[in-house]
Design a protein around this ligand. Structure first.
Ligand code: FAD
Length: 114
């Protein structure tokens, strides 16, 4: 009756967190106003600082400091986030994702198989 994954492990937490972040990118405005852009940057920093896997969050915060989030448009943010995710993929020995496909994966969906 009760879920057994309490507390959530790094993998479960990671997968659901990436789903949240990429979905935020998919709903982010095409042309956000300055306030929205500033809010997103602040959100990302706070997300890193509250992320409940401390070493993950710390690395994410470092990444943000080194690579300023590209929050000017939906596409620039989607690609920036994809690159941030790829940095973690590389760290974990996972394959890199093709960032030209971020919108297909997280917004529009894949085309039907022929
Ligand atoms: P995930 O990496 O969770 O990806 C989920 C899905 O996203 C994939 O199936 C794929 O369809 C898609 N995807 C994959 N790459 C990309 C991309 N670049 N862009 C867009 N979509 C993509 N784990 C650790 O062990 N150590 C860490 O330091 C660490 N840091 C993390 C930092 C953050 C901010 C987050 C959110 C997670 C972190 N994780 C970390 C968790 C880790 O990234 C994975 O989420 C976890 O290992 C589960 O991986 P997965 O194979 O299920 O796919």
């Amino acid at each position: 009756p009760y879920p057994k994954d309490i507390p959530a492990d790094v993998e479960v937490l990671g997968k659901s967190s990436w789903t949240l972040l990429h979905s935020i990118a998919a709903k982010y405005p095409e042309k956000p106003d300055t306030k929205r852009q500033q809010d997103l940057k602040q959100f990302l920093t706070l997300f890193g600082s509250f992320y409940p896997c401390w070493f993950c969050g710390e690395d994410f915060e470092k990444y943000i400091k080194k690579h300023e989030p590209k929050v000017e448009t939906q596409d620039s943010f989607g690609k920036w986030l994809c690159e941030a995710h790829n940095e973690v993929n590389v760290k974990l020995g996972k394959p890199k994702f093709d960032c030209n496909l971020w919108k297909k994966r997280w917004k529009d969906g894949w085309e039907e198989d022929p």
